[in-house]
Write a protein that binds this ligand. Structure first.
Ligand code: CP
Length: 321
């Protein structure tokens, strides 16, 4: 786990200059991001879906790990802000010839990048880059290893606030492979900072990390107990690529105990939201009738991700006003 000293995401004026993690991100900055995003949401209904806030700025999408939703919505968001966007093709880049990450970044910085959006399989890679770029370059973490996925957490917070209007009084249950999930970690920090009443984590003991209580989270190994009266359910994918050793008997057994079916959903409140960051494995962590059912806001999350990423980029670039 990367520990951030003196919150290097903020500049000396206390303004957001990089977005690396929701851990330690002040509540007023999170709220400012959500409020700014709400101004961008209506753009989607206009004929011309663009504003000139980042005209002349260059956004470099650096995805060292696969992505569908995050990479694409960052690209759409940068386009809607009128920025120039460059998607580095990592497989065709010189990293495959042994160039170090920091040398790649130094060369891209020399091409006058303004914002780096970085996804990397190594926890801490965006933080390392943020420590080495010049003062006018901003780094946004698009997911690093098991550490953090702050824009996913912020779009999840936007979705919850949109449908539930406030965070106070809510019970939010995060279900599944919490151990390997950067989304779970970032959501836990965001939910506790924004003041939800109760954050729960539900899963088999082998997939619940130690130290949850110290993070303000109640752990459960029973769906019936953990989902009881929940307002929001955030389902997680089994991160098989990050598991070492046999942590589960089988996907079938997992689905039987922890897969979200209509029967298990009935333990939660009648108006509970069902969320999932994607990619989703139907029949493993969630039943199709729930994923596509009336409680699901999974595709709303994706759409709100555009506005939230517009908000983050415009704020770090100092162009939100
Ligand atoms: N939620 C998420 O990070 O999805 P992608 O891996 O498709 O970007």
């Amino acid at each position: 786990m990367v520990m951030l000293k003196n919150n290097p995401q903020l500049n000396r004026h206390g303004e957001l200059t990089h977005l690396i993690t929701t851990e330690g991100l002040p509540k007023d900055i999170m709220t400012h991001i959500l409020d700014t995003a709400s101004k961008f949401v209506p753009l989607a209904d206009r004929d011309v879906k663009k504003v000139p806030l980042l005209r002349g700025k260059s956004v470099f999408n650096l995805f060292f790990e696969n992505s569908t939703r995050t990479r694409t919505t960052f690209e759409i968001a940068a386009n809607r802000l009128s920025a120039d966007i460059l998607n580095l093709n990592i497989n065709a880049s010189s990293t495959s010839k042994g160039e170090s990450l920091l040398d790649t970044i130094a060369n891209l910085s020399a091409m006058q990048a303004d914002i780096f959006v970085v996804r990397h399989e190594a926890s801490g890679a965006p933080y390392l880059i943020a420590q080495h770029v010049g003062p006018d370059i901003h780094v946004i973490n698009a997911g690093d290893g098991r550490h953090a996925h702050p824009t996913q957490a912020l779009l999840d917070m936007y979705t919850i606030r949109h449908f539930k209007k406030a965070f106070e009084g809510l019970t939010v249950a995060i279900v599944g492979d919490v151990m390997h999930s950067r989304v779970a970690r970032s959501n836990i920090h965001a939910l506790t900072t924004l003041g939800v009443s109760e954050v729960r984590a539900i899963g088999p003991l082998t997939l619940l990390p130690s130290g949850l209580e110290q993070m303000g989270v109640r752990p459960f190994t029973s769906m019936e107990e953990g989902l009881r009266d929940a307002d929001v359910i955030i389902m997680l994918r089994l991160q098989n690529e990050r598991m070492r050793g046999a942590l589960l008997p089988s996907a079938h057994e997992y689905y039987k105990h922890f897969g979200l079916t209509e029967k298990k959903l009935a333990y939660a409140k009648p108006d509970a939201l069902v969320m999932h960051p994607g990619p989703m494995n139907r029949g493993v962590e969630i039943a199709s009738e729930v994923a596509d059912g009336p409680h699901s806001v999974i595709l709303n999350q994706v759409t709100f991700g555009i506005a939230v990423r517009m908000a983050v980029m415009s704020i770090v670039a100092g162009a939100s006003e």
